[in-house]
Design a protein around this ligand. Structure first.
Ligand code: ASP
Length: 308
């Protein structure tokens, strides 16, 4: 059987005029949940899901909804992205983000940016307004100024949780399948606590922390970025679907096991396939996430559907 035939038999997006999405608030997020209140997290995610539902049922594109969801999460200081990005040392923080759409494999990313209110939107501008995929550091910030994106003072990024200098988690991401059968993924982070300035994790690296391909799936990862890079993990999920014809859940389970066994890495991922099936997978960790599958109920949990 030819590869494309196999994929087409697995899923027929045109026959399924519904939408699906999954959003996450990072691996190990139960730590922050306990420090704030579980209700706050759950309510914020549910509101976000309902906002996304409205957009998707009105025909919005997967790309617009990914950007919308990640922007909202970046503006919420409970997360480690955008406003709530963790400082690497006192008054120093850097942010990374990537966005990708599955129809054309177009993608954009930024790394090591500061003062940009919504790195995910800057990543989208890299995708749409340049011939490049990834801009970093000063070059990315100079580009931001040419695009009139919101630049905020350092005080905007004041963090709420680190007064006692404890570790904070809460990378954010979204994967969407829209009514037209298109997929998109986006991820945004303030990195990992204590990282060396200039360190870049998996989030802005296409195929590591973020990936979307209409023939297979859209994936957003969270966890120790170095290991996700070593395992090119989000692309691995897509390749298992494309080459080995595995369903989404098996591909994610296999990939999380590979991450653990080959790199000793840990974390989690969310995914949606071209038919709108959703999945979340993680090991050794909770992962705050919410989802709507094929237009159904909005659900929120910090237990992944697949524990590896
Ligand atoms: N993956 C992110 C990074 O390594 C961190 C996280 O997801 O918690 O930058």
């Amino acid at each position: 059987m030819k590869l494309n035939q196999a994929i087409c038999q697995n899923a027929k997006p045109k026959d399924t005029p519904s939408f699906s999405l999954v959003i996450h608030g990072g691996a190990w997020s139960s730590f922050e949940i306990l420090r704030a209140s579980p209700e706050t997290y759950v309510n914020n995610l549910k509101l976000l899901l309902e906002g996304a539902r409205q957009m998707l049922s009105n025909g919005a594109s997967a790309l617009d909804v990914v950007e919308y969801c990640v922007r909202q999460e970046e503006d919420d200081p409970l997360h480690n992205a955008g406003r709530g990005s963790i400082p690497k040392k006192i008054d120093f923080y850097q942010m990374d983000a990537a966005i990708m759409e599955g129809a054309t494999l177009s993608c954009g990313a930024v790394a090591g940016v500061q003062n940009v209110k919504n790195p995910i939107s800057l990543a989208r501008l890299v995708m749409e307004k340049t011939n490049h995929v990834l801009l970093v550091d000063q070059g990315a910030m100079d580009f931001a100024r040419t695009q009139n994106v919101d630049i905020m003072p350092d005080t905007y990024f004041d963090i709420l949780f680190l007064k006692d200098n404890q570790e904070k988690h809460g990378t954010v991401g979204a994967v969407v399948r829209d009514m037209h059968g298109n997929l998109a993924a986006g991820t945004s982070t303030g990195g990992v606590f204590g990282q060396i300035p200039g360190r870049v994790g998996d989030t802005p690296l296409i195929g590591a922390g973020t990936y979307a391909n209409n023939q297979t799936c859209a994936i957003s990862c969270t966890g120790v970025g170095e290991d996700f890079i070593r395992a090119t993990l989000s692309h691995r999920v897509s390749m298992l679907m494309e080459i080995a014809h595995m369903p989404l859940q098996d591909s994610m389970e296999n990939s999380m096991a590979y991450l653990r066994d080959r790199t000793n890495g840990s974390g989690g991922m969310i995914g949606v396939d071209r038919a709108g099936k959703v999945c979340s997978a993680a090991h050794d960790t909770s992962m705050l996430h919410g989802w709507i599958e094929q237009g159904g109920r909005a659900e929120v949990s910090w237990e992944p559907s697949v524990s590896v």
